[in-house]
Ligand binder design. Structure first.
Ligand SMILES: *Cc1c(COP(=O)(O)O)cnc(C)c1O
Length: 368
């Protein structure tokens, strides 16, 4: 008997190239798209190791935990790193980026995270792209948490390396990822003697063995199941319409924010300004005398399927994340998540208004 996951015909090079084209369509990019056969940290690390090296200076914008990881990689590559860190409850501005570039004219590489699912903020990439382009640096963007949740236009914004993963708002698999690569970025990597070559991290290998070879033969066996899942989630986004999918995420974020404020109990939006809050996920600050991880554990006892997690690392005490992305970008998931948090807060003696919260969620959602 054939097994639906195991006994599949091989994924052809033509099908692989078609999926690549669909990703390019989603990103509205004319640049080369490389689908990397691993989680998004693979292209992110490949981009940094390909674009930076000894003697180069990089501006690393830190608006959450991923920015910290990029800084570590950049230093490990031997680059001089200028860190521009802003509080995780806010966003960086184009002015701040412009000032850092003016202070350090030698900067030749800029790394930025578009939206941070881990901290719930999003950055104004269109405006930042303008100042980076004016300066002339290579611009790398981590768009894993923004793709599918909010507008993402790498070509229009002057992004040279735009990395996406399907596991957040695209509602797809985590095991493959993609990056669009500008002509300038290819030139930079080709000129970098330390750029990964003959390596799983290498973008240049994909260029030589796949793109420049006419996309006729895959360099190695593809992650077939993940590629099929990526194709399926792209089909679903195309069928729903990318704008509809994005509107659903924006509504989820607005409704979560409004619902949390109406709930009370000391719960507050973690990101101060609504305009800096990412559509992909909403972070909430718990009252000072409450432990966020325990609160989430209590909320999940009623329904373990709710998209609730405590913040990572040091944020586990103070932050709750409502991961209203992909299949959870619905009024039901948002309402039930806040309801469960309300019940958990009430159980530790906090005064909450769950009816007001439900009403705020419903009204905010339908008002959009
Ligand atoms: C989710 C995410 C990633 C990928 O990390 P995982 O924890 O493996 O899902 C990368 N960058 C950003 C900004 C993300 O939000």
């Amino acid at each position: 008997m054939t097994h639906p996951l195991l006994d599949l015909p091989p994924l052809t090079a033509a099908r692989f190239a078609e999926i690549e084209q669909r990703v390019a369509g989603l990103l509205a990019t004319e640049q080369d798209v490389v689908i990397m056969q691993g989680e998004a940290l693979l292209p992110l690390e490949g981009c940094i190791r390909g674009g930076a090296g000894p003697g180069s200076t990089a501006l690393n914008v830190v608006t959450g935990p991923y920015g910290r990881t990029f800084g570590d990689w950049l230093r490990d590559c031997g680059a001089d790193v200028v860190d521009l860190a802003v509080p995780f409850h806010s966003a960086v501005t184009a002015e701040q980026v412009g000032q850092a570039l003016a202070d350090h004219p030698e900067i030749g590489f800029v790394s930025l995270v578009h939206a941070e699912a881990a901290t719930g903020n999003t950055n104004p990439v269109a405006e930042i792209g303008e100042v980076v382009r004016e300066h002339g640096a290579l611009f790398m963007l981590d768009a894993v948490a923004s793709v599918g949740a909010e507008p993402l236009l790498p070509d229009a914004w002057g992004v040279d390396l735009c990395v996406i993963g399907a596991q957040k708002a695209m509602g797809g698999p985590a095991g493959v990822s993609a990056v669009s690569v500008s002509e300038r970025a290819w030139e930079r990597m080709a000129a970098n003697p330390r750029a990964p070559r003959h390596s799983y991290l290498s973008l240049l290998d994909w260029k030589a063995r796949w793109i420049d070879a006419g996309r006729r033969a895959l360099p190695h066996a593809p992650a077939q199941l993940e590629m099929l899942a990526l194709e399926a989630c792209l089909e679903r986004i195309e069928a729903d319409g990318p704008n509809v999918v994005m509107a659903r995420h924006a509504a989820a974020a607005a409704a979560t924010r409004a619902g949390a404020l109406a709930l009370g109990g000391g719960l507050e939006p973690y990101v101060h300004e609504a305009r800096d809050a990412a559509p992909v996920a909403t972070t909430l600050r718990v009252p000072a005398d409450t432990d966020a991880a325990s609160l989430v554990a209590a909320a999940l006892t009623a329904d373990p399927g709710l998209p609730l997690v405590a913040g990572g690392g040091a944020l586990a005490r103070e932050m709750v994340r409502v991961n209203h992305y992909g299949p959870d970008a619905t009024p039901g998931a948002v309402g039930a998540s806040l309801d469960a948090l309300g019940a958990a807060l009430a159980a530790v003696g906090r005064k909450t208004d769950r009816d007001a919260s439900r009403k705020a969620v419903a009204e905010t959602w339908s008002g959009r």
